[in-house]
Design a protein around this ligand. Structure first.
Ligand SMILES: [Zn+2]
Length: 297
């Protein structure tokens, strides 16, 4: 009896290891971290309830959450410039993983922002922040996230690594599906709402004719609307894709009297899509399926 109790305590030892308290920046990253942590823990998120990551400002209560964090996992200042300063005063022993910089994925230049420098965008110069829209980046980040979690929590390192490998396997299968789905419509031009899909369209070789909104911080003028209609005609745009939570009236205005079809609204910044296990890959599948469906139609 006594021996059994002692053995039980010894056996329970590794399970008592502290799972890190993790804070993420926004829904796509939170979802990938949920996949990697599995049942071991639940990552917190800073951008909540339909918030736009590009406009995010840390609330005072969230500064307290950050002080409790063991590990902060975020896209980087390319996406949320205001968060960099808050991360200089974390608790002792806390670590930060910046995914665009250190997550091991590919980067692409933010051409639109460069062309329109000084028109109100506030991104870090040069790098397109929407890097989660390349599934290969999500796969690379899952590995980096597992490594960062395992460094803080060695007892569970193998579980984090196995969960990341499972996600990478699912993403590889999804990628093969999307390559097959999108190949037939590669040459059909389409218009997006904001200039965010570059990682996705580069990866699948799609043809983007332009964006309705110049950058995340610049609403289009009447002159810009006329330019967009001229662009539709010149490029032979087949479809335009609105975004959930962003100006549907504008889309209706620019497409009125044209033959451009309005495709499924996209939500790759998780303005309404809830974060959760499997939601990162579900978002990618929805983007690809929506584009293929409209362009085929
Ligand atoms: Zn964006």
């Amino acid at each position: 009896m006594r021996m059994a109790a002692i053995l039980a305590v010894v056996a329970a030892g590794p399970a008592m290891a502290e799972v890190p308290r993790v804070v993420t920046d926004f829904g796509p990253v939170q979802s990938i971290v949920m996949d990697v942590m599995g049942d071991l823990g639940l990552p917190a998120v800073l951008v909540q309830g339909g918030g736009d990551p590009h406009d995010f400002q840390l609330r005072p209560s969230q500064a307290g959450d950050l002080q409790q964090a063991d590990l902060v996992i975020w896209t980087g200042p390319e996406l949320i410039p205001s968060l960099g300063d808050a991360l200089t005063t974390l608790a002792e022993g806390a670590t930060v993983l910046q995914l665009i910089k250190d997550g091991g994925g590919v980067q692409r230049p933010f051409e639109e922002a460069e062309e329109h420098e000084g028109e109100g965008h506030d991104h870090e110069a040069g790098v397109d922040p929407h890097a989660w829209l390349n599934p290969a980046n999500g796969a690379a980040w899952a590995g980096a996230i597992a490594t960062a979690l395992g460094a803080q929590d060695p007892d569970n390192a193998a579980t984090y690594a196995a969960n990341a490998a499972a996600l990478q396997g699912r993403l590889a299968a999804l990628d093969a599906d999307l390559i097959a789905l999108l190949a037939p419509v590669k040459d059909r031009p389409f218009v997006v709402y904001h200039d965010a899909l570059g990682y996705f369209t580069d990866h699948y070789g799609l043809t983007v004719a332009g964006a309705v909104e110049l950058s995340d911080a610049t609403p289009p003028s009447a002159a810009r609307l006329a330019d967009i209609r001229a662009l539709f005609e010149a490029a032979g745009a087949v479809c335009i894709f609105p975004e959930v939570g962003r100006d549907p009236v504008l889309i209706a205005t620019v497409t009125e009297g044209t033959t451009v079809r309005v495709g499924a609204a996209q939500d790759f910044e998780f303005l309404e899509r809830p974060a959760g296990p499997g939601q990162y890959e579900a978002m990618l599948r929805d983007i690809g399926t929506g584009i293929a469906t409209c362009l085929q139609g």
